[in-house]
Design a protein around this ligand. Structure first.
Ligand code: 16G
Ligand code: ZN
Length: 531
């Protein structure tokens, strides 16, 4: 059969050269780039099957290892509405990635049967990649996989992960926008320029923003956008990948958040706010150095509270009834942020397991859901009901209500609702800072973070640790939670939890307490208990 040829081709062109077991985790497959070619080819096959199960709707494939260093790479699949691959397919992806070349044909046939795919349907797959030097080769393997099962690949070249999610969504729902990079700029940057014409620059807001591009794709795209911005925002871009700067090395959102240090490659001026992106442009944190070079971090929790409070203000001013706004966090959210949101903003908070798909899912249960991981990955999603109410007020409300509703509609258009997006989030943050006349230092004043520390511990089997209650309690090994409780008890504002990483072979330890010394000490003690 023609499929026979497919598998002969697979063996020839994209052979499985390693026996290392690989798993579709929270962020797809991610490992050393040289172990991935057959995996990506097979995900091309799977994307075609998935597209057919979804009646020919477009599926996305993104080649990236996000904030990992250059030698790594990865692949993840994007479902038709721009969201992460449905969880039940992760196991299927893992099975297909690990079979031998000899079993590839029979396993593919089994999967087609299991998911009941009609292989006579058309199939469409959008493929994007980050700036890694191994990405073009992997993107080509992905396209070969798609073609092998007679699907139609469309290659977008180098794009941010959220741009690919956006294009997939638009291709399957043309009311959302145009499925191209230009369409993305038109909608998101266009809405930002719109809203900024309605706001005046005042107070402590400064229109200059420094950006750390992590030597990845996000900075490159901002360089394109920069030219189309007028006086609204003056971007000074650093770490764009030239001058020997290495991807994510001592720079980027993950480095800044975890090390709580300023990245290399960025010029600094006292109190100048800096936005730091990660390597594939789906995470954003802000920071500034004060006049003694002290680091002041504004992480995902800060962005979430800033956005939620502004949206609340606009919803209230528009007098929209019956719109329930909520915020979703993970256990990594700083305890001070959770207290501020519930007590001061009076917005309900849900806590879920780490991983964007869990946050996104929980956010769907609000009319407007703001979700952010502390690491800077997050967005806002608006239900159809909320959009309808706001649109109606924007047209028919009293002048003041209308004004607020129209601002809110622009805000919705700046938002990439499919997934956390550093570029979209950056424009959202800049909008709120401008509307409120805030400097970064005044933004930071909303509440005081509890000092915290993250550590990683290497153990024999990280999966010996099981957790419950959104990863805040551990259920195995026996006795560990009791020990953690004992260690935490003496600390003022003490909190600590451990969980196996979904992306690295380590156990992560988190601790917070009233002083940095205490947080560090508690983290070290808990790490010792795990080890
Ligand atoms: C992945 C997740 C990210 C999460 C991180 C945790 C997505 C798209 N990305 O990068 O949200 O914070 O994993 O990593 O879901 P860890 O399990 O190694 O701590
Ligand atoms: Zn990323």
């Amino acid at each position: 059969s023609s499929l026979r040829v497919v598998y002969a081709f697979a063996r020839e062109m994209h052979p499985k050269t390693s026996d290392v077991f690989i798993e579709y985790g929270t962020a797809g497959f991610r490992t050393k780039a040289n172990l991935l070619e057959h995996v990506v080819y097979r995900m091309g096959l799977l994307a075609v099957i998935r597209s057919r199960v979804k009646n020919g709707r477009t599926i996305g494939m993104m080649i990236t290892a996000s904030h990992n260093l250059e030698p790594d790479n990865g692949v993840k699949l994007v479902d038709p509405d721009g969201e992460m691959l449905e969880q039940s397919w992760e196991e299927i992806a893992t099975r297909l990635a690990n079979v031998s070349d000899n079993d590839l044909e029979s396993t593919t046939a089994e999967i087609i049967k299991q998911v009941n795919a009609d292989m006579s349907l058309k199939a469409s797959v959008f493929i994007g990649m980050d700036t890694r030097y191994t990405s073009p080769r992997l993107a080509a393997a992905a396209a070969n996989g798609v073609i092998a099962l007679k699907g139609t690949p469309k290659e977008f070249g180098i794009v941010t992960t959220p741009m690919l999610h956006y294009c997939v969504k638009c291709r399957n729902d043309n009311t959302y926008g145009t499925p191209t990079e230009e369409g993305y700029y038109e909608k998101i940057v266009g809405a930002f320029k719109n809203i900024r014409q309605k706001l005046s620059v005042w107070g402590d807001y400064d229109t200059t923003l420094y950006v750390d591009g992590a030597n990845g794709v996000g900075g490159k795209k901002l360089n394109i956008i920069k030219k189309s911005l007028g006086g609204e925002l003056d971007l000074k871009l650093y770490n764009l990948g030239g001058n020997g700067g290495k991807l994510n090395l001592n720079c980027g959102a993950d480095f800044v958040k975890v090390s709580q240090k300023a990245p290399v490659g960025v010029e600094h001026a006292p109190f100048q706010r800096v936005a730091s992106l990660d390597g594939d442009g789906d995470r954003l944190v802000y920071y500034y150095l004060n006049d003694t070079d002290k680091m002041n971090l504004l992480d995902g929790d800060r962005i979430a509270t800033l956005l939620a409070s502004y949206i609340t203000e606009l919803v209230t001013a528009s007098e929209a009834q019956d719109i329930r706004l909520g915020l979703v966090q993970t256990a990594y959210a700083n305890g001070a942020s959770t207290a501020y949101i519930t007590k001061h903003l009076k917005v309900p908070v849900t806590c879920v397991k780490t991983g964007v798909k869990h946050l996104h899912h929980a956010a769907l249960s609000y009319d407007i859901g703001v979700y952010f991981e502390a690491n800077g990955h997050g967005t806002v999603i608006y239900s159809d009901k909320a959009k309808k109410i706001i649109r109606k007020i924007a047209q028919e409300g009293e002048p003041e209500q209308r004004k607020a509703a129209q601002l809110l509609l622009d805000f919705v258009d700046i938002t990439n609702e499919t997934v956390g997006d550093a570029i979209s989030d950056l424009f959202l943050v800049e909008t709120v800072l401008c509307a409120r006349g805030l400097s970064a230092a005044r933004w930071l004043k909303a509440y005081d973070d509890l000092p915290c520390r993250q550590l990683k511990v290497t153990v024999k089997d990280r999966n010996a640790i099981s957790t419950t209650d959104a990863e805040r309690q551990c259920t195995a090994p026996e006795g560990l939670q009791t020990r953690i409780n004992e260690l935490v008890a003496p600390y003022k504002h003490g909190r600590s939890f451990v969980r196996p990483s979904g992306t690295e072979d380590v156990v992560r330890v988190y601790a917070e307490a009233d002083t940095q010394e205490s947080a560090d000490k508690l983290a070290a003690e808990v790490a010792q208990a795990v080890f």
